[in-house]
Design a protein around this ligand. Structure first.
Ligand SMILES: [Zn+2]
Length: 276
């Protein structure tokens, strides 16, 4: 299964990174794939070296490593990438494109499979960073209240699925988690936002929170590795309808269908998620 890490996986990694690398000083950086950077390798290494990790957080599918003084290192892992912690006595992964070592000889490697970004920028330029400046609020942030969610909705003519996976609206939901979120909310992916009732919006808001938080508790998808190389515990078996074509709907036993919705596939119970 080819997956892109979504909010739960990135949240798990950010928490683990924050625990392991906060307060550490960058000693050395090795770059084997310069295209991941937003500047020359030489400039990147020179700028990042000797800076200290202040904290690690996440927004949507991005990791934000705050460096002291006044810089951020932003990482997007793309598809099926591994970002792995190492300690001095540990064997490094066979393949990696990026290696960052701290003064205490611990560090992390990144192995990209497809695309991916490691951008370095000054704190004052964060709001000019094209790929992250327009990200919506992450659904697990305190700011993502029901009121905030309701305010986002009315002006939108789009179908609910394309709205939810657009990172400008809500940061962090992709084609994996959106399946069960919509099922839990009993909404067809193509349902027009303008037709949603107040009650349906409330139920959808709760579904977003519960599906994502449950995944974070399980350590994310079983197809993605965390900072320690451990896989999450969320397998396809744990999904309600996602990737379960032909399996019975957990509510009414109708076989789950895979349908085309725009450029993405959707897994739905045609009875529980009838298009109104
Ligand atoms: Zn059903």
């Amino acid at each position: 299964m080819i997956t892109v890490p979504e909010l739960p996986e990135i949240t798990v990694i950010a928490g683990q990174m924050n625990k392991e690398i906060k307060g550490k000083r960058i000693a050395d950086i090795e770059v084997k794939q310069p295209k991941n950077l937003n500047m020359s390798v030489q400039e990147f290494v020179k700028t990042a070296k000797r800076k200290i990790v202040k904290s690690v957080s996440s927004k949507g599918k991005w990791l934000f490593i705050k460096l002291e003084p006044t810089y951020y290192m932003l990482i997007n892992l793309g598809m099926n990438a591994n970002l792995l912690y190492f300690t001095p006595n540990q064997k490094l992964p066979e393949k990696y494109q990026f290696k960052l070592t701290f003064a205490d000889k611990t560090g992390f490697t990144i192995q990209f499979q497809w695309f991916g970004y490691i951008h370095l920028l000054q704190e004052k330029d964060l709001n000019k960073h094209k790929l992250t400046a327009h990200l919506g609020i992450s659904p697990i942030d305190e700011e993502f209240t029901l009121e905030h969610f309701k305010k986002l909705l009315p002006s939108k003519k789009a179908g609910i699925k394309s709205f939810l996976i657009d990172q400008k609206n809500v940061a962090g939901i992709g084609n994996v988690y959106v399946q069960d979120i919509l099922f839990k909310a009993k909404l067809h992916p193509n349902r027009k936002i303008s037709t949603l009732s107040e009650k349906e919006i409330n139920v959808l808001y709760d579904a977003i929170q519960s599906i994502l938080n449950r995944s974070i508790q399980l350590g994310g998808l079983a197809y993605e590795k965390d900072f320690y190389g451990q896989k999450g515990k969320l397998t396809i078996n744990e999904f309600l309808v996602g990737y379960k074509t032909g399996k019975p709907c957990p509510t009414c036993k109708t076989p789950i269908e895979k349908i085309k919705t725009g450029s993405t596939s959707s897994y739905i119970c045609s009875k529980c998620q009838a298009l109104k």
